[in-house]
Write a protein that binds this ligand. Structure first.
Ligand SMILES: [Zn+2]
Length: 246
């Protein structure tokens, strides 16, 4: 019988020990790596969750004028900026009940200009546009009141950017709802000049709720009840438009 080669046995043992140690290192590394992978998955799940929130519909309501700019002054001395803000705030409450994320360009009687700005009107409108774009708005609705030299003229009207098909659809949906509230409603109208209509990325409309130069309409527009009815009509139009988009 051949005598066992001691050196060979020792070498084989060493190789086994080294392989064993290597296995332990590999398993430990993989376990660590698995943890890293599962952490990554959790992070990705969180990211998906965040982007689900990002998919929430965003509507910006812009209350026209504010601060030193009163807008139109009513025959009853009402100020357009106050009526715009009251209606905008009511629209926000209604839309939020419909699970829509709503931003207001202003929440108080304040223009969106800086006191140091030379042309406050331009800087005010520019700021409104950058807010609407910055919030990633799906649509924006700017609330205004009208006025005319002939006091007999009355009625609501919705304006959209003339080159925007979506803007026109949104205008029509709001106009249809307003026609249930306003005694008189004018056809939707495309416009190529209004700063706000030209300078935001999303579909945007300007809602002229009524004429402050008309005694009957001006009297209605200062009441909480009529403002609420207008806000409900504007909100219903917005929801109708968004429903068709989804
Ligand atoms: Zn206005």
């Amino acid at each position: 019988m051949k005598k066992p080669d001691i050196n060979k046995i020792i070498n084989e043992r060493s190789i086994e020990l080294i392989l064993g140690a290597l296995m332990i290192i590999v398993v430990t590394f993989m376990a660590g790596n698995t943890e890293a992978i599962s952490t990554k998955i959790r992070q990705e799940e969180a990211a998906v969750q965040t982007s689900a929130d990002d998919n929430e519909l965003v509507v910006t309501i812009d209350a026209g004028h504010g601060g030193i700019d009163p807008g139109k002054v009513g025959v009853n001395d009402s100020l357009e900026k106050d009526i715009n803000l009251a209606i905008a705030q009511k629209v926000k409450v209604i839309l939020e009940k419909n699970n829509i994320k709503v931003y207001l360009t202003r929440e108080e009687d304040k223009g969106l200009y800086n006191d140091s700005d030379k042309n406050k009107k331009v800087s005010d409108l520019g700021k409104r546009c950058s807010l609407i774009d910055g919030w990633g708005s799906d649509i924006a609705v700017s609330i205004h009141q009208n006025s005319y030299s002939d006091a007999s003229v009355s009625g609501g009207q919705v304006f959209y950017y003339a080159a925007s098909e979506e803007g026109e659809k949104l205008a029509q949906d709001i106009q249809l709802e307003l026609s249930q509230i306003c005694k008189k409603i004018r056809p939707v109208k495309g416009n190529k000049e209004y700063y706000l209509l030209l300078n935001v990325k999303c579909p945007i409309v300007i809602v002229e709720c009524g004429f402050l130069s008309n005694h009957e309409e001006a009297a209605l527009l200062i009441t909480d009840e009529y403002q609420q009815r207008i806000a409900e009509a504007v909100s219903a139009g917005i929801v109708a438009y968004l429903d068709k988009k989804q």
